[in-house]
Write a protein that binds this ligand. Sequence first.
Ligand code: PAF
Length: 279
Amino acid sequence: MEICRTVNELTNTIEQVKQQHKTIGIVPTMGALHEGHISLFKRARAENDIFVSSIFVNPVQFNSNEDFEKYPKSEDEDLAILEQNGCDIAFVPTAEEVYKGETLEHWSFGSLEEVMEGKQRPGHFSGVANIVSRLFTWTKADRAYFGEKDYQQIMIIKDMVRQMESKIEIVSCPIYREEDGLAASSRNKRLSKEARTIAPKIHEILTKSYSQKEFLSLTQIKSFVESEFKKYNEFELEYFILADGDTLQPVRIKEQSQNIIGFVAVWLDGVRLIDIQKY
Ligand code: PAF
């Protein structure tokens, strides 16, 4: 595995790969790698000649300095995981290297970013687009792999690719869940032991609501989920929204969409967790 720390090193390596007409798959990450990332690595490894990954805790996508400072960092472990999973090129830059004092681009995604994570975390998706667009340009990747836990992020990145007029294929991969149902996330590492035992309730509540979907209206599903979260003092529900999976706009009646998804953001033990449920 080649480790590139500068953009120059990366683009020179990519140039050699492209001269050999090899396909490139990228998995962008912020490190603190877990099984969810590994499931993406396996796909990228299997579907491309060259598998590239990046480890970069992108400061411009965080809304709070505290969240940025507390983001788990484990570079040596992460590089070992990449190596074990057949990564060819690891890009591990500093923030200075990525942004070089340039002014940030301002990305807009219209109604896709006016809801849920975009609404709750102003500027977040523009920050994501600033790093992901650079990674796509520098790596000349043919495919990029993202996990569906961050469903809205995938929709935003697809729109970014359209705006860039890029041909890169965005591959949306199923959520990797721990045995108890908790969606894998780097933030899970920040949960106390007690909070970790409660965290699987998020998926449990959502699947319980799914099992009743034939009998309940969307308003009733929403009330059911909200009242289930209220049963646990440890949870502070930020939102539960039923929305169309293509437009991300909220839906009120089942007839409004063939692709209804429930999106949840909830606080537990000072950690903000998100998950989704397809209905
Ligand atoms: O999903 C993430 O980990 C990040 O948002 C990403 C795509 C690596 C950009 O920093």
